[in-house]
Ligand binder design. Structure first.
Ligand SMILES: Cc1cc2nc3c(=O)[nH]c(=O)nc-3n(C[C@H](O)[C@H](O)[C@H](O)COP(=O)(O)O)c2cc1C
Length: 314
C-alpha cells in the first residue's frame, strides 16, 4: 500500500506475524527512468528480516517497463539498494483508482485498454526474460464487473493474478464481491490452470482469508487495510486484542526507532509516522490524548520521548 507498507512497517508486521509474501509500495517506472530515480527507489528497499518482496510497479510507457523489468530481474536495482536478496517477482498495478493516475492512462485505466495492458505485460516479460515471475493486481472492472477483463488477463501467461473484488467505480465503498470468485476461478481453470489466483478485499484475519480460499479454491489471499486494525493480522490466532497499553506503546516505539535508523531525513517523517499512531495507540484509556500529544511532536525523537514518558508513568 502506497505510503504505508515501506520496509520499516513491513519489518514491524513481520516481527508480529509474517505473511508469506509482501508487495512493495507502488513505484512508477517513468520515475525510475528519470533523474528523480533516487527519490523513489527506496520504496523498493527490503531487509532480510522481512518476507520475500514482490516489486509492485506502475506506469504508462512499455519501454520504461522493459528497462525496469530488466533491472529488477538482473539484480541491478537490488545492488543499487544494497539488498542481500533479489525481488521475488514483479507485480503490475492495473487497479489503482486514483483520479490523477487514471487520467494519465495508467493502472485501472488499463482495464479498458487491453492493447496497452498487453504491450506492458509483453514488455515486462521481455525485460525479465523468465528470471522473475510476473503478476498483475487489478479490480473486477471499471464501472461494472467485466468478465472480458479477467479472461483477457488469463490469456497473458501470468504467474499470478491478485484481484481486489470491487470495480474501480466502487473504490472501497461497498463490500467486496466474493461471489465473483466462483467465475474467476472457473475461468482460470479453463484458460490458465498455472496462473495462481489471489483474492483481496475486506479480509481482516488470516482465518477468514483461509476460509475464503477453501471455499473458492484460491491459491492465496491478500490483506491490505487489515494491518491497520491488527499488526498481527497474518497470525493464525492474533494476540492483538489481548495486548496491553505497554506492549502497544513499545511496538510503536520500535517502529519509530527503525524509521529513525532507516530514513535519510527522519525529522521530516513526523507526518508520516503520525499516520501509523492510530494502529498502535488505540484500545486503551487515554489513547486519544496520547495520540494528540504525539501529533504535536516536532521530531521523531520528541515522539519517542512522549511515548517513553508515558511508559515510565504506567
Ligand atoms: C493507503 C492505501 C494505499 C494503497 N496502495 C495501493 C497500491 O500501491 N497498489 C495496490 O495495488 N493497491 C493499493 N491499495 C489497495 C489495497 O492494496 C487493497 O487492494 C484494498 O485496500 C482492498 O483490500 P483490503 O480490504 O484488504 O484493504 C492501497 C490501499 C490503501 C488503503
Amino acid at each position: 500500500m502506497d505510503d504505508v507498507t515501506d520496509t520499516v512497517f513491513r519489518q514491524i508486521v513481520a516481527s508480529c506475524a509474517p505473511p508469506d509474501l509482501c508487495f512493495s509500495e507502488f513505484v512508477n517506472v517513468e520515475g525510475l527512468n528519470s533523474p528523480g530515480r533516487s527519490r523513489i527507489i527506496r520504496k523498493l528497499d527490503h531487509q532480510q528480516s522481512e518476507p520475500p518482496l514482490v516489486a509492485h510497479i506502475w506506469g504508462i510507457n512499455p519501454d520504461n517497463f522493459y528497462v525496469i523489468a530488466d533491472q529488477l530481474a538482473s539484480g541491478r536495482i537490488a545492488d543499487e539498494l544494497g539488498l542481500q536478496t533479489n525481488f521475488y517477482g514483479i507485480d503490475l498495478n492495473m487497479g489503482c483508482p486514483v483520479r490523477q493516475v487514471v487520467k494519465s492512462g495508467a493502472c485501472s485505466a488499463l482495464i479498458n485498454n487491453h492493447r496497452l495492458a498487453k504491450d506492458i505485460i509483453d514488455a515486462v516479460s521481455a525485460g525479465a526474460t523468465g528470471r522473475l515471475p510476473l503478476s498483475v493486481k487489478t479490480r473486477l472492472g471499471v464501472d461494472a464487473v467485466d468478465p472480458e477483463w479477467t479472461r483477457f488477463l488469463f490469456n497473458q501467461n501470468l504467474s499470478m493474478l491478485s484481484i481486489h473484488l470491487r470495480t474501480v467505480k466502487e473504490l472501497s465503498l461497498v463490500p467486496a464481491h466474493y461471489q465473483e470468485l466462483e467465475r474467476i476461478v472457473a475461468e482460470r481453470n479453463e484458460i490458465a490452470p498455472a496462473t495462481l489466483v489471489v483474492a483481496n478485499g475486506d479480509i481482516v484475519s488470516r482465518a477468514d482469508g483461509e476460509a475464503l480460499a477453501d471455499r473458492y479454491g484460491l491459491d492465496g489471499i491478500m490483506i491490505g487495510r487489515g494491518v491497520f486494525q491488527d499488526p498481527y493480522v497474518f497470525a493464525a490466532q492474533s494476540p492483538w486484542l489481548a495486548t496491553n497499553e505497554k506492549q502497544r506503546i513499545e511496538l510503536f516505539s520500535r517502529h519509530l526507532e527503525l524509521f529513525k535508523q532507516w530514513s535519510k531525513n527522519p525529522n521530516k517523517g513526523t507526518a508520516r509516522m503520525n499516520k501509523y499512531a492510530k494502529i498502535y495507540i488505540n484500545g486503551f484509556n487515554g489513547a486519544k490524548e496520547l495520540r494528540e500529544r504525539i501529533a504535536e511532536a516536532k521530531s521523531i525523537k520528541q515522539m519517542l520521548q512522549v511515548l517513553n514518558n508515558r511508559l515510565t508513568n504506567l
